[in-house]
Design a protein around this ligand. Structure first.
Ligand SMILES: *Cc1c(COP(=O)(O)O)cnc(C)c1O
Length: 501
């Protein structure tokens, strides 16, 4: 399989190169040249398989220039029972007759980013070897909280790589910050960006990436950039696998017949997770609707409903911070696909977004979006209420992001009457956002003034759930990363870390 840029400015390249480069030199994102198509029998064949076998089968279609033995090693090194708590990796839990929760947070950092970031370093290292690359790879990450920790953990002590994570100083939870600043490993750096939100950090990283003069300087010092943000195809491809896995589990549990279409409900920020579901559908997975759930940063709700993407609005800090995003980078891939794989309109729209902060897609693209997607958003009060009600009615504890998805799914069913089976992506452990979760379940009076760590204990005891290993005793670990820089100083900080003047 070869990959081209959504902006049309490059010759197509194999997946190994797409993964090494991360983002195309013309500023676009890499997209596969075709959609591999799976027949229903091939999907049914996944039913008796383990998660690893399913992932290998899906990834094999997209990463076919990797030697099969390499790919096998990547998949089996990433998705281990040791790292994911059990051999199930991504279990599907039945919540109601229609809603099935796809738990994507059993990895070491307790959020779904592990599904991709546990395997990406392995894919990258194999790719580097295959390409004969001798430079040390510097992985730059902008994070709204979860990606940063998952990247630090995934790349920790991976030979030939360095990872530098930038996070908005006041834009992450106490647990998320501690997870990052206590990260061990000889090749990892976490840097707070003062006075910034996620978009500022992401723009800073993109600017560093697309500065050819700076890249040339780095190369002289034996360094080359890559990206672990969800714009890297090596992150997106592994996410496609779990939608197939969820469908296979529904078949296995006799919840659906082969070929029966299901809805996919995804709490969305940078549009990576839901785009992976779209790719799964393009590969032949029977998906009826993709339900895009946003928090109060509801730019995608407006876009899917009107065709106008307008970032000229107030950025809100919510209790689902991993979705506090106004520029959803991966949307560019969808636009490219729906515009008939024509880069010209994509270049226009992205240019308008950059210059004016707004663009309007044409009628053809808009109609397809309306047919394939449905969108709504969930307010802060509704997030709390959904956590409380889900626990009261089903004895099941969800985190704030998953609550956004469940709330919007409820609105979808009410608006459409569509009671097809639905897979609801659950993107974080409730313990990761325990302050909000505890507040909604136990009430303000019992939780006010308590630290996130006291609340971890409370939640664990009252709900009878063990505290995940990655979050236990976090407050006792030594802080190893103390750097704070302003957004315009991000590049200088990279130079400082790498010892370049
Ligand atoms: C990253 C993240 C999301 C948003 O996923 P995207 O792929 O960026 O749309 C949702 N929930 C959690 C917990 C996350 O970490």
């Amino acid at each position: 399989m070869h990959y081209q840029s959504t902006r049309g400015g490059i010759q197509s390249i194999p997946s190994v190169q797409a993964i090494i480069q991360g983002i195309a030199p013309d500023g676009g994102l890499f997209v596969p040249e075709q959609h591999p198509l799976l027949a229903l029998e091939e999907i049914a064949a996944l039913v008796p398989q383990s998660y690893q076998e399913r992932a290998l089968s899906i990834l094999g279609h997209y990463l076919d220039d990797y030697p099969p033995a390499d790919l096998h090693e990547c998949v089996y090194s990433a998705y281990t029972a040791l790292k994911f708590g059990s051999s199930q990796i991504a279990p599907l839990v039945k919540l109601t007759d229609t809603a099935h929760i796809l738990e994507l947070w059993h990895g070491p950092t307790c959020a779904f980013k592990d599904m991709a970031l546990q395997i990406l370093p392995h894919l990258l290292v194999k790719a580097l070897r295959q390409a004969g690359e001798t430079s040390e790879i510097v992985v730059l990450v902008a994070t709204s909280g979860d990606t940063g920790k998952a990247a630090l953990e995934g790349f920790r002590d991976v030979a030939g790589t360095r990872v530098i994570v930038f996070f908005p100083e006041d834009g992450v939870s106490q647990v998320q910050r501690l997870q990052m600043v206590t990260q061990e490993g000889g090749n990892v750096h976490a840097v707070a960006v003062g006075g910034a939100n996620f978009d500022d950090a992401q723009n800073g990283v993109k600017a560093i990436f697309t500065d050819p003069a700076y890249q040339a300087r780095l190369l002289q010092h034996g360094y080359k950039f890559s990206s672990a943000n969800s714009i890297n195809w090596g992150r997106l491809a592994p996410q496609i696998a779990y939608y197939f896995s969820a469908y296979a589990d529904l078949l296995k549990d006799d919840e659906i017949r082969a070929g029966e279409a299901v809805n996919m409900v995804v709490p969305t920020g940078n549009f990576g997770n839901i785009l992976a579901a779209w790719y799964a559908q393009a590969m032949g997975l029977p998906v009826a609707r993709l339900v895009c759930a946003s928090n109060e940063n509801n730019i995608l709700t407006d876009f899917i409903r009107t065709g106008v993407y307008d970032r000229n609005r107030t950025f809100r800090k919510t209790m689902s911070p991993s979705m506090d995003i106004l520029i959803s980078s991966n949307l560019e891939r969808l636009l490219f696909e729906l515009a008939g794989r024509d880069p010209a309109p994509v270049v226009d729209w992205m240019g308008q977004l950059k210059r004016e902060g707004v663009y309007r897609v044409d009628a053809g693209v808009r109609e397809q979006i309306e047919a394939q997607f449905w969108a709504d958003f969930c307010s802060e009060e509704e997030t709390l209420a959904t956590i409380r009600e889900t626990y009261a009615h089903h004895g099941y504890v969800v985190d704030t992001h998953t609550a956004v998805a469940l709330n919007v799914y409820g609105k979808y069913v009410q608006a459409t009457g569509d009671t097809r089976k639905a897979v609801v992506a659950s993107t974080a452990s409730p313990f990761k956002f325990n302050a909000s979760v505890a507040r909604s379940i136990f009430g303000e009076a019992r939780t006010a003034g308590q630290s996130e760590f006291a609340l971890l204990e409370l939640l664990s005891q009252e709900c009878g759930l063990p505290i995940p290993e990655g979050l236990d005793r976090l407050q006792e670990k030594p802080v190893l990363h103390r750097a704070v820089v302003a957004a315009p100083q991000m590049q200088a900080e990279v130079s400082r870390i790498l010892g370049i003047d």
